[in-house]
Design a protein around this ligand. Sequence first.
Ligand SMILES: NC(=O)c1ccc[n+]([C@@H]2O[C@H](COP(=O)([O-])OP(=O)(O)OC[C@H]3O[C@@H](n4cnc5c(N)ncnc54)[C@H](O)[C@@H]3O)[C@@H](O)[C@H]2O)c1
Length: 315
Amino acid sequence: MDRMRPPVLVTRRLPQEALDRVEARCDMTLYDGEGAMARDQLLTEVAGKAGAITLLTDRVDDEFLDAAGPQLKIVANYAVGFDNIDVDACTRHGVLASNTPEVLTETTADTAFALMMAAARRIAEGDRFLRSGAPWIWGPLMMLGQDVHHATLGIVGFGRIGQALARRARGFAMRVLYHDMYRPPAEVEQELGAEYRDLEDLLRESDFVSLHANLTPQTRHLINAGRLAMMRRIRARAGHSPRPARVRERRAHPASGVSDGADPPGDGEPGGRQPVRRTRGQAPADPAQPGGLGTEDLKRVSLAGPRRLRWRGRG
Ligand SMILES: NC(=O)c1ccc[n+]([C@@H]2O[C@H](COP(=O)([O-])OP(=O)(O)OC[C@H]3O[C@@H](n4cnc5c(N)ncnc54)[C@H](O)[C@@H]3O)[C@@H](O)[C@H]2O)c1
């Protein structure tokens, strides 16, 4: 092996700047196909390499490390998550495993906040509805969503991304609860205005739950049907949930923010059958206006289920 230009496998096309850096120092083998490398090809191509730059789709285990051979020194994972890497196996083979913490902390927190806003304010549904071209006229119950401001956000996994999400939540005057295996220093809790809860209390108290724990055997399917049922209202989540539970919950809670994007519009949704609404008088839909629908009233209306919509507000 040329020690000056060690052979390195890159399992997927990366941004050119990164490839240029690898190529400047190493004898690079780049897999340039669409999607992940087939397992057989991965095991063949890694043979004899001194390093491998891998993605979450590449399983790095004893089989991979044996196929690579004893000269392999490092597996550099192009992700902060490393659930594709058997770290114990790397230790046994004397191979260094590295990841990329911090690179996408703020970006991922932005995305998590965007997903919460989109679910709460029904952005994707509204977009689908407008693009459907169905005729519509605005009505007070049309596309009612959930308020994000002043709501309670539960963050599971209070590491880099979880804390970055908490900083965003402060701008929306949200109450922030968190759950983690480790408690951060008291100054961090104080700065972010975040209160610790055990997982079940967090689920019971939160309006929104966002998951930011790394994926491990302990966190896989952390949110299951039983834990979903603990949530006082089903709203927005991201990941760590088995799909059948998501779909079941979507059906059980038609007003929820849980959607796999494939559900047809329900009764009362734009594009679905509209319920006959009986109201006791008229009220402006702006909760801030005197005599208007209060936030709690809006929540009751939107959670009542489309067939049972009734006006139960003040006088
Ligand atoms: N989808 C994306 O684009 C994207 C981008 C970046 C990161 N991520 C994911 O986000 C995860 C978190 O990234 P990070 O930089 O914040 O990592 P981090 O290590 O700083 O935070 C993870 C936190 O989860 C906690 N945790 C682990 N197991 C737990 C458990 N059983 N119960 C409660 N808490 C637990 C850890 O103690 C830690 O504080 C990554 O592992 C990765 O999978 C996704």
